[in-house]
Design a protein around this ligand. Structure first.
Ligand SMILES: [Zn+2]
Ligand SMILES: [Zn+2]
Length: 379
């Protein structure tokens, strides 16, 4: 095995370079504070999403740079200390999906199952870790990653192509947002606003549990994604540039509106008002599309008719992140083989082409339309 590990390092906004790092040495209790404990993961694939795009552009600030991005990794455990193997229930040779957060696993929030908000986390995978912390190789844009003993991993069957198995991340979001936050279940009527990889994932999750009516929206340029939405289980798709979403939803639901609306559209504010108008009395709206900040730096705001929330007895939920239960359900969905997920997997690139991959997902590469884009360090 090579002594050096290739990894993509972000040094500034839109600045990335390939660097070599010494291959981490894993040893039980080794290094300061047990920093070398844990496992060594050979990265097979790392998904990229809108957060990678924001990170690349520098929208998340430059504190913590340089760093190795990549927060949706999947790989094979190559080395693991006996204690970590016992705690995680995995062994060398196993394929695992890795969660972004490395929680402390013992604060009040961790014990309450809200570990995504852990206040004393040792770090995160693909987040802004100080470069001097631990063994450095935290992110998934690399041939190998060091997994801290507190990392959270989920076993995934090894016979599924890596570029498909790595979709545990967007599918986990679909499960979390549609099923857990939205409460979609057998027979539910659902409106999914936005047809990106997470919109498609929400459709898959809703279909998986037997939703009765699934409606999905997109723009004119999303035609291919809306076609895929129908293939994945959407009963009706709406091109919002040609049709009025609310009128169409009312028509499809006998005037009642749908049980659950998910807003997954970035930046656009009008879908939030569409959600309020298209949801039925007593229904649930899940907000997961970040709207960003205005030129003055303030969060972009929509003027919300709060009387409608009251008079329609609505529940509005902010969907933050994904948890272990959702990731596990998403992995079961992938392993079920029930959906042609390969149709969502549009592009895969090696470490030399990470910037191109991110630009492609961001829609900056003319003529290319990415849905799920994976970095595969072995390519
Ligand atoms: Zn992501
Ligand atoms: Zn904690």
């Amino acid at each position: 095995m090579a002594d050096m590990v290739r990894a993509v390092v972000q040094t500034g906004p839109r600045q990335m370079e390939l660097r070599e790092f010494p291959r981490p040495v894993i040893s039980a209790g080794g290094g300061p504070g047990g920093a070398q404990d844990g496992a060594l993961l050979r990265v097979e694939a790392c998904g990229i999403c809108g957060s990678d795009v924001e990170q690349y552009k520098g929208a998340m600030g430059s504190r913590g740079l340089p760093m190795i991005p990549g927060h949706e990794p999947l790989g094979i455990i190559e080395e693991i200390t006996p204690e970590t193997a016992a705690r995680w229930g995995v062994k060398a040779g196993d394929r695992v999906a890795v969660e972004i957060l490395i929680p402390c696993r013992s604060c009040d929030l961790c014990l309450a199952g809200q570990y995504m908000q852990c206040k004393s986390r040792p770090g995160s995978h693909g987040g802004y870790n100080p470069p001097e912390r631990g063994l450095g190789l935290y992110g998934g844009y690399a041939e190998y990653m060091h997994l801290h003993p507190n990392s959270i991993v989920h076993p995934v069957r090894a016979d599924i192509p890596a570029q498909i198995a790595v979709m545990y991340n967007p599918l986990g979001a679909g499960v979390r947002w549609a099923l857990q936050y939205g409460g979609v279940h057998l027979g539910s009527t659902v409106l999914v606003l936005g047809a990106g990889q997470r919109g498609l994932a929400a459709i898959l999750a809703s279909k998986y549990v037997g939703a009765g009516l699934i409606i999905a929206t997109g723009l004119g340029r999303d035609a291919a994604k809306l076609e895929l939405a129908r293939e994945f289980g959407a009963d009706v798709t709406i091109n919002v540039e040609e049709e009025d979403t609310v009128a169409r939803v009312r028509e499809l639901t006998g005037g009642d509106g749908v049980d659950v609306v998910l807003d997954l559209t970035p930046i656009a504010l009008s879908p939030i008002l569409d959600a309020v108008n298209a949801v039925r009395w007593g229904g649930t709206i899940v907000l997961a599309g970040l709207k960003g900040r205005s030129a003055d730096g303030e969060p972009r705001a929509v003027s919300l008719p709060t009387d409608m929330l009251i008079n329609k007895a609505l529940t509005v939920k902010g969907a933050f992140s994904v948890d272990a239960a959702a990731y596990m359900d998403a992995i079961r969905l992938i392993e079920s083989g029930k959906f042609p997920l390969e149709k969502m997997q549009t592009h895969k690139f090696g470490l030399d082409d990470v910037e191109h991959a991110i630009q492609l997902l961001a829609g900056e590469v003319p003529g290319e339309n990415g849905i799920h884009v994976a970095i595969m360090p072995g390519l």
